[in-house]
Ligand binder design. Structure first.
Ligand code: THU
Length: 160
């Protein structure tokens, strides 16, 4: 028998102003995207901004539905939009931010499990890491260097 401890590097910035310029600009695009979220049911608005290798930034925000499961998270709106618009263009960094009409979101919002799996699909496909930046409405910003850090032992096409 063997036991392994898995670990990953998590960078913690005190706030958005501590980020390097490129990350800050991307996160601000996510903040802007958040404002167009359609979230009448949860009143929890999420914005995402995805930087591609060609410099394009593709945004997403959560789109809810009266039939709750039919809605889609901000992260998947962004990555599927990028896949549809710039097929094959590597994805470099995904910035995510969330706010709520019910309380002050002062801690980073991490992508849900479904989004982690969906982002992982593109990371595996392109063979290079997708960096993730996470923020609430205010407060600390978390950075991980790859979606694989947030989804260890991921299921991928190698099993099929
Ligand atoms: N949501 C996202 O957009 N991204 C996440 O990673 C977590 C949750 C959305 C889905 C739903 O519209 C609302 O937040 C509450 O779950």
């Amino acid at each position: 028998m063997q036991k392994q401890n898995l670990s990953f590097e998590l960078t913690i910035f005190d706030d958005i102003d501590e980020l390097p310029q490129e990350g800050k600009e991307l996160l601000l695009r996510a903040v802007a995207a958040r404002k167009n979220a359609y979230a009448p049911y949860s009143q929890f608005q999420v914005g995402a901004a995805l930087l591609l290798a060609n410099g394009a930034v593709v945004i997403g925000n959560n789109q809810e539905n009266a039939c709750y499961p039919s809605g889609l998270c901000a992260e998947r709106v962004a990555i599927y939009h990028a896949g549809a618009t710039y097929p094959g263009e590597p994805m470099k960094t995904l910035a995510i931010t969330a706010t709520s009409e019910k309380y002050a979101v002062d801690r980073p919002a991490a992508p849900c499990g479904n989004c982690r799996q969906s982002i992982s699909e593109y990371e595996v496909k392109q063979g290079t890491p997708i960096k993730i930046l996470m923020m609430g409405e205010t407060g600390k910003v978390l950075q991980c260097n790859s979606i694989a850090d947030l989804l260890p032992l991921a299921f991928d096409d190698s099993f099929l």
